[in-house]
Design a protein around this ligand. Structure first.
Ligand code: DGY
Length: 421
């Protein structure tokens, strides 16, 4: 079967009726940013289904605009921690943390593609229905997750960043008390080699933070005031800035002038404040601990999302391009999730080395939009080569392309259809 057909077959097989699981064994529910990227894949062959994916996700939005990272439409014993551990009391049952806000950018893409196909009229009402939900989520980030008004996103859990075990969370995670976590049975390591997954200490911290939120009734304002883990994530911050630019474009498209002015102000705050994430010593965009003020100092794939965020600063761009060339000379396949010159680099361990297609899509798109065509094209080509050589894995070794994590992975297949091929 050719790759296009295989990618489509994966999305179709992982479709559970209105939403798509990332991988049936390892991740058997609807995940937030997975679904948004999956919609881009469906859009290549089934426009109607693409919109439904995003609409289903937003059916799980809470009244205050919060959009959860997992929606447990049906329980499944193959995953831990399941709905009873989260105990958010929400209907549908969801987790209590969020994930990188890529949805507005995806909805703009879906809209442009419908428009280009002459189907703007058919999808306009659906865009109008989604717009206020996207705006409500972005307002939630502004009001609840940016306490110092720097225009960044302060993550309360490593899972929120989507880059679960990045070393950026190691030092900020130290104050998390894991002494009362209790016994639990992980499911991820029964599906996958433990060498590809987070460690026991990392999992203990993940669970301690879930227990912290649950003990506070998932009151996000209180969690933001008291949480022992508070990191301004460079990935979520860049993604939200980009998403706000796309939401502004949609507001103008829909003639929503007051909303456009409000979004403009959110963008202005970010453009004025996001430099807080620039680490002058490393000459790199880095995540930063809000509680200690310390830069992580780690060059990760998320560092390269500044281009995607539409930031234009010649000195900082030059710094990032120097890192790009250095890393590009060290590994055949860009972009490793952690700098291969870092002593903690591990080529198949989740977010400590492997290449992820969705991050590559955002990095490559951003570089090309900023006029760095050769670099953007290298990232796209490397992404395609990984899939051509090894199929559609969750992630890949940047050294030899070995697949890492789950196979037949939905968002990887989607990125093939939407961009890499
Ligand atoms: C997991 O279970 O590994 C997920 O990444 C949490 O979102």
């Amino acid at each position: 079967m050719d790759l296009d057909s295989r990618a489509k077959a994966i999305l179709t097989a992982n479709d559970r009726g209105g939403y798509t699981v990332p991988n049936g064994r390892v991740y058997p529910f609807q995940w937030n940013w997975d679904s948004a990227f999956v919609a881009l894949g469906f859009d290549a062959f089934d426009r109607e289904r693409a919109w439904t994916e995003v609409e289903t996700l937003f059916k799980a939005q809470w009244d205050d605009g919060f959009l959860p990272h997992i929606v447990f439409w049906k329980d499944d014993p193959g995953y831990f921690p399941g709905p009873s551990v989260w105990a958010t009391g929400h209907d549908p049952v969801t987790s209590g943390i969020t994930q990188p806000p890529v949805a507005a950018t995806v909805v703009r893409k879906l809209w442009e593609s419908a428009h280009a196909a002459g189907q703007g009229d058919a999808f306009r009402a659906r865009l109008e229905a989604l717009f206020p939900k996207l705006l409500a989520w972005h307002r939630w980030f502004r009001d609840v997750r940016d306490p110092d008004k720097r225009g960044v996103v302060v993550a309360m859990h490593p899972w929120e960043t989507g880059r679960d075990n990045s070393p950026e969370w190691d030092a900020p995670g130290e104050p998390i008390d894991v002494s009362n976590v209790g016994d639990y049975v992980r499911r991820d390591t029964s599906h996958l080699d433990a060498k590809m997954r987070p460690t026991k200490l990392e999992y203990d911290r993940y669970l301690a933070l879930v227990q912290w939120g649950r003990a506070r009734g998932w009151d996000h304002a209180e969690i933001a005031r008291t949480n022992p883990f508070q990191v301004a994530d460079v990935g979520m911050s860049m993604i939200l800035l980009r998403a706000n630019r796309d939401l502004l474009w949609l507001a103008e498209e829909l003639g929503r002038d007051a909303d456009a002015a409000e979004i403009d102000a959110i963008i202005a705050t970010a453009e004025a404040g996001i430099d807080w994430l620039w680490d002058e010593d490393r000459h790199c965009w880095c995540s930063r601990d809000r509680l200690t003020g310390k830069h992580s100092g780690f060059v990760t794939s998320a560092s390269f999302l500044s281009f995607y965020a539409g930031l234009h600063d010649p000195a900082k761009d030059a710094g990032m391009l120097t890192h790009f060339e250095r890393i590009g000379a060290r590994v055949p396949c860009l972009m490793p999730s952690l700098d291969p010159d870092d002593p903690g680099f591990q080529m198949i361990r989740y977010w400590r080395g492997p290449v992820w297609a969705v991050v590559n899509y955002m990095i490559g798109t951003g570089l090309t939009e900023c006029g760095y065509d050769a670099q953007g094209e290298r990232v796209r080509r490397n992404t395609a080569e990984l899939m051509e050589k090894n199929g559609f894995y969750e992630a890949y070794s940047p050294i030899d392309g070995t697949g890492s994590g789950g196979d037949d992975f939905s968002w990887t297949a989607a990125i093939w259809l939407a961009w890499a091929r």
